[in-house]
Ligand binder design. Structure first.
Ligand code: SF4
Ligand code: SF4
Length: 234
């Protein structure tokens, strides 16, 4: 794979390269980056946030999500709605930090890294990483040395990454580039993947009560892929 043409503040980073960074309540910009966000949520983000808030996924979607679909997109996009508080703040940020820290979205965990996953010839997924040096972020002045592996581990990103890679089998399915979705298909996408609790309760997946949230999402992704695209091997 050739090197990427990236803006100056974004730098590709290899597995063993190090960078200085940390984020904690002592940094002068603490929680500044929890505002004015276009924070896209994955199905796994919605499950984890719902668990952290102790509410069903349906209630989370009704109270906190903004769902958009644009002509040309196959699937709808789900965003976290920001507060109308004059600072366009995340609904979960307070002076002391993130009130849903245990269930914060993958996007909040991964910064200052960015991860781009791609499919390899053998069908498995690999990923490249970049470091995003946002000028307002004082985390880069901290003395702590990081690597991609250390940051990924510390932010418990492995599970988020594997859920996101599984989602690519739907989001990047070849049919999404050559067909237009029906309204029913778009609704099924949201009902199956985003309102996980209702989908689990509807009984379409046998023994779903035996499965963890992570296992159930993978089953739901496979179930939906067959409904939308048939048994075409991806
Ligand atoms: S979920 Fe937490 S970490 Fe993410 S933007 Fe909101 S307050 Fe910040
Ligand atoms: S701007 Fe950077 S250092 Fe400051 S709170 Fe956000 S991630 Fe942490």
């Amino acid at each position: 794979m050739g090197s990427l043409q990236l803006p100056e503040h974004i730098k590709e980073i290899t597995e063993h390269e190090t960078f200085k960074f940390n984020c904690h309540p002592g940094v002068p910009c603490f929680t500044d980056c929890c505002r004015q966000l276009e924070l896209a949520l994955t199905p796994y983000d919605v499950v984890r946030l719902s668990r952290a808030l102790h509410i069903p996924t349906k209630q989370f979607l009704e109270e906190y999500a903004v769902i958009e679909w644009e002509e040309g997109d196959f699937f709808p996009r789900v965003y976290l709605g920001m507060k109308d508080d004059g600072r366009v703040s995340c609904p979960f940020v307070e002076g002391k930090g993130c009130t849903v820290y245990s269930g914060r979205p993958g996007a909040c965990r991964v910064y200052p890294l960015g991860r781009g996953a791609f499919k390899q010839d053998d069908g498995s997924y690999d990923a490249i990483h970049v470091v995003l040096r946002e000028p307002h972020c004082h985390g880069f002045s901290e003395p702590d040395t990081q690597t991609v592996a250390k940051w990924t581990e510390g932010q418990e990103l492995h599970t988020y990454n594997s859920m996101n890679d599984a989602m690519l089998t739907i989001l990047q399915h070849p049919d999404t580039g050559r067909k237009k979705p029906t309204i029913e298909q778009r609704a099924l996408f949201l009902d199956t993947l985003y309102d996980q609790d209702s989908f689990r309760a509807c009984g379409k997946v046998e023994d779903s009560d035996q499965l963890s949230d992570e296992e159930f999402i993978l089953v739901a992704i496979n179930w939906l892929r067959v409904q939308l695209f048939g048994f075409f091997k991806f």
